[in-house]
Design a protein around this ligand. Structure first.
Ligand SMILES: Cc1ncc(COP(=O)(O)O)c(C=O)c1O
Length: 369
């Protein structure tokens, strides 16, 4: 009998709906027929990449023929020092997606349940299902993650909870106080995977200090970070995670060797030291947030207060049509057909002042048309 990939597939994989990315710039240019497209669909850094990282990437290319030091020793040492941890608390990876998968591979098995909020980053479900784990969806409190709903779903089968904080795509934050309530109530044998992809954009006084918990010996906490947003390295792929050294050691067992390229390691190290770029990124984001909020108010649109570099705006039943109209006017935003609760919203990355002005003008046009 000829090999039938679908009959012979890992049954867990057959259950996976593929990740749907925001439209790429290439697709947007093709579909809109314009070459002046502004991409506000994937929460990338509107300023580009950290200039220090770009310089380091060029310098690193001379070593392109060499295998990189596999465990990213220098990277782990650098971030350990920044966070007050040891290199054994850290693992680096090819973007945070790769680390989410490594965590799933290290900890999840068939029969395990993982709790994932109803409206959150879609990769959690994909990595959990890859391992055959059962995904239990916790209800939201409107657009915010509901700690009580998470806790009420914990059972003897619960192995892990995925918490995107601040949350993508809603932009909401579980602040320190609420996080402490979750942390205190969560059984010690449940792993809390705290995705901090947008933490750099949140107020340091409000966001939970997971490094302090790990320093204090928390065994069931894994924090995951990326430089895709705050440091403009989405195309280079640079992420790291920290947690109990035993958990990290298990993740090292399953990650592909050399997965953080020589270019990504150099870029991440340089970006970590680029304070000027970080400061500018946060300033542009703060200003853009105010500019967009004022613009949405003027258009009479409801939006969620955000702790990230994007804003959710309610466009009603016409959301997909508005997104299409924006694309025709040269602006790409993100919209969804499911879950149903998301179908009336647009997610808009906060851009530069010029990007935001163009977006607001295009949105006014699209809504009128
Ligand atoms: C919440 C969240 N986690 C992780 C990722 C993946 O980031 P990376 O580019 O590091 O794989 C994203 C990217 O959109 C994200 O929004």
């Amino acid at each position: 009998m000829p090999f039938d990939p679908y009959r012979r597939a890992n049954p867990s994989v057959l259950d996976i709906a593929p990740y749907v990315p925001g439209k790429s710039l290439e697709e947007a240019i093709e579909e809109s027929g314009r070459d002046d497209v502004i991409k506000l669909a994937s929460n990338e850094n509107p300023l580009g990449a950290s200039p220090a990282a770009v310089e380091a990437i060029s310098a690193a290319l001379g070593g392109a023929h060499r295998y990189v030091e596999s465990s990213a020793r220098r990277v782990r040492g650098r971030f350990a020092a920044i966070l007050g941890l040891t290199p054994d608390h850290l693992i680096a990876g090819n973007g945070s997606d790769a680390l989410l998968l490594a965590a799933a591979m290290a900890f999840l098995d068939r029969e395990d349940e993982v709790i994932v909020p109803e409206i959150t980053f879609s990769m959690y479900e994909i990595v959990a299902r890859t391992m055959g784990a059962r995904v239990v969806r916790a209800a939201m409190d409107g657009m915010a993650i509901d700690i009580d709903a998470i806790l009420s779903n914990v059972s003897a089968a619960t192995k892990a909870v995925f918490l995107c904080n601040p949350n993508n795509p809603t932009g909401t934050l579980i602040d320190r106080r609420r996080f402490a309530e979750l942390w205190d109530a969560l059984p010690d044998d449940v792993l809390l995977i705290h995705d901090e992809a947008y933490a750099d954009f949140a107020d340091p006084a409000l966001r939970p200090d997971t490094a302090a918990l790990v320093r204090g010996g928390a065994a069931n906490l894994l924090a995951v970070r990326t430089f895709s947003k705050s440091h403009g390295l989405a195309g280079v792929r640079f992420g790291f995670a920290y947690g109990d050294p035993r958990a990290i050691e298990l993740m090292h067992r399953v990650r592909p060797p050399f997965d953080l390229s020589i270019v990504a390691q150099a870029a991440g190290l340089a970006a970590a030291g680029d304070e000027e770029f970080r400061r500018l990124t946060l300033q542009v984001n703060r200003d853009g947030k105010e500019q967009l909020a004022a613009g949405f108010d003027a258009l009479g649109l409801t939006f969620t207060p955000t702790h990230t570099n994007f804003i959710m705006v309610r466009a009603g039943d016409r959301a997909p049509a508005v997104a299409d109209a924006l694309l025709r006017r040269g602006v790409v935003v993100r919209c969804w057909t499911r879950p149903a609760a998301l179908a009336s919203w647009l997610r808009i990355t906060i851009g530069t002042a010029a990007d935001n002005r163009l977006l607001l003008a295009a949105l006014a046009d699209a809504l009128a048309g």
